[in-house]
Design a protein around this ligand. Sequence first.
Ligand SMILES: Cc1cc2nc3c(=O)[nH]c(=O)nc-3n(C[C@H](O)[C@H](O)[C@H](O)COP(=O)(O)O)c2cc1C
Length: 370
Amino acid sequence: MQKGSKDYKASFKLKNGLTLKNRILMAPMTTRMSFFDGDVTKDELAYYALRSGEVGAVITAAANVSDLGKGWEGELSVENDVHIPSLTSLSNVIQINQTKAIIQLFHAGRMTNSKILRGHQPVSASAIAAEREHAQTPRELSETEILQIIEDFKNAVLRSYKAGFDGVELHGANTYLIQQFFSPHSNRRQDKWGGSLENRYLFIETLVDEVLKVTKQFKRPFAVGYRFSPEEFETPGIRLKDTLYLVDKLAEKNLDYLHISLNDYDRVSVSEDYKEASILKYINDKIDGRIPLIGVGGISRKKHLLEALDNCDLVAIGRSILAEPHWVSKVFSDREDLLNLSIAHEDFTDLEIPRSLATSLVHMMKGQIK
Ligand SMILES: Cc1cc2nc3c(=O)[nH]c(=O)nc-3n(C[C@H](O)[C@H](O)[C@H](O)COP(=O)(O)O)c2cc1C
């Protein structure tokens, strides 16, 4: 295909029949705005409403599928039927002007602590602490618990459907539990769930297959996507070679899309064997058109969008839409000169972002908060 030739404004149909009105999605971004129990707050609804309506789909902040999977305070939850009414109001505010609502489902695994878990020890594939300050050593999950977590994901998928969402994204990225099973750093198990690359993939394969069995019964189009991080910096850790194995396997599943997690869409691998092109291009070449790929990372201008689309089918935009809720309409109508790509402290109220988020956002917005 000729470079820059994908029509980013054109609609895009996913395998299960869900149609996105254009190729742009809002990237999943944690808001830390939910109630202590994971119910959606009015502030959060206003935050999403402001950013819906222009993008093809909004992928919500990560939502936990079980109490032990909670990663931080203010996190959205899908762990119990009691959340269905609140989740329904969330899907409703997103679904304006045909924007589709996709909820991101996750379990934090070892990336949490006993304070957040109300006294319980975090769990993971193995009892290995993450390489970060103050990391607690998790407890190794038993086989029964592993199967229960897969059930928790399935129940969360069913609740998401009942709450009116158009799809779910399984969060296999950013070092959380699903990734912890694939990683040789966090998974040192000796049983069938660990050891070789194939064994470390077993949790992902079982989870995806089981979730797809649930969605097969649904009466309306419902997308299932999968997000992954291409490499880890720890040794041992996931390398691009392992991820190429993962995407090759997942491309054969009846998933609707794969979604890479990157901060820069043109980032090059740390592995010496893969320096010739961007990570996105290596992944796209491996997929070879078998399943749509969402690219992401640092897309703030139309030129980035077009460049990214040379190596993927859809694009997710995070920080630019956080700072500029009308990013899509301004870029689509060639009014890039009007884009506000940084957030002034005075803008927090108009942007429906609570001031309490300012500190954590300053770190994640890389100088975009002035
Ligand atoms: C405030 C914030 C919260 C985020 N929360 C999540 C999350 O809940 N789940 C996830 O997969 N990625 C999360 N991310 C990563 C984004 O989805 C995205 O991959 C990253 O910001 C790079 O894209 P961007 O440059 O367009 O922002 C978050 C990023 C930011 C800035």
